[in-house]
Write a protein that binds this ligand. Structure first.
Ligand SMILES: C[S@@+](CC[C@H](N)C(=O)[O-])C[C@H]1O[C@@H](n2cnc3c(N)ncnc32)[C@H](O)[C@@H]1O
Length: 246
């Protein structure tokens, strides 16, 4: 039985079912990053998961590095994006000792950062890994997005997974329990994971960005246009103006 997040079984299911979000978002992302030419801009994807965005960026001429805390997600990323440099680690402790032209963190990965203080700490790390004038693109699921989630069952060839979710709108905390069985080498194997995510308020996000020297624009992830009050996911395109004091 596995209990840590994005263990072997869930990572396999995740990349089979949800791995393609960044492909849908690529037009919006590509419109806001420097074009790759003779100079290959350096791209860092935080919480890279199974490497879909790394693969796209590499295919478009960027030199790519991915960070994720799940070794099982990184195993998928290694297959999806063989040219990527991959680092296992926690984005709260990110310290690669170099700067990039672009940093991304997509598909509600930053909702896993649970407090305003921790979100600010991540942005401070991002700032240290970006060149002045560099771009940080991320998205966050909103309260409306989490409220709309429903429990479900996913059945496929090798297994069955049950997703039970609950959203506490007052605390803005979303809990997902994943329980499943998969067939491996002819035996049935059970797994269980608990995920906790937060819907950060616009005030907290804007404050953390401003404090770290970013100017930003927002887009509704579903329409890739202006953000409406009931948007379920918001994409932030943030530019680092200068390197403020740490
Ligand atoms: C919803 S998935 C998104 C994966 C990928 N960005 C995509 O678009 O498919 C969230 C990912 O964030 C990773 N993650 C969550 N918290 C993290 C942390 N503190 N440091 C590093 N990775 C983290 C998980 O392991 C998982 O791969």
């Amino acid at each position: 039985m596995t209990t840590s997040m994005y263990g072997e079984e869930f990572a396999a299911i995740y990349n089979r079912r949800w791995g393609l979000w960044s492909r849908m978002m690529w037009p919006l992302i590509a419109a806001h990053v420097p074009a790759a030419g003779l100079r290959r801009p350096q791209w860092l994807d935080l919480c890279c998961g199974g490497g879909t965005l790394l693969r796209l960026a590499a295919e478009h001429g960027y030199e790519v590095t991915g960070v994720d805390q799940s070794p099982f997600q990184l195993a998928h990323a290694r297959l999806a994006a063989p040219a990527a440099q991959l680092v296992e680690g926690d984005i709260l402790r990110l310290n690669l000792g170099r700067e990039f032209d672009v940093v991304t963190c997509v598909f509600d990965s930053l909702n896993y950062v649970l407090t305003a203080r921790a979100l600010n700490a991540v942005l401070r790390r991002v700032r240290r890994h970006l060149r002045a004038g560099g771009t940080f693109i991320f998205d966050l699921k909103t309260s409306a997005g989490f409220s709309g989630e429903t429990s479900s069952v996913y059945e496929y060839g090798e297994g069955r997974v049950q997703f039970d979710c609950a959203y506490d709108a007052r605390k803005k905390l979303y809990q997902l329990q994943v329980r499943g069985t998969v067939q491996r080498d002819g035996t049935s194997c059970s797994f269980e994971e608990r995920h906790l995510q937060r819907a950060h308020s616009e005030r907290v996000i804007a404050g953390a960005l401003a404090r770290n020297g970013f100017q930003f624009r927002t887009f509704d992830a579903e329409t890739q246009g202006p953000v409406h009050a009931d948007a379920r996911r918001v994409v932030y395109v943030a530019r680092l103006g200068r390197h403020p004091q740490a």
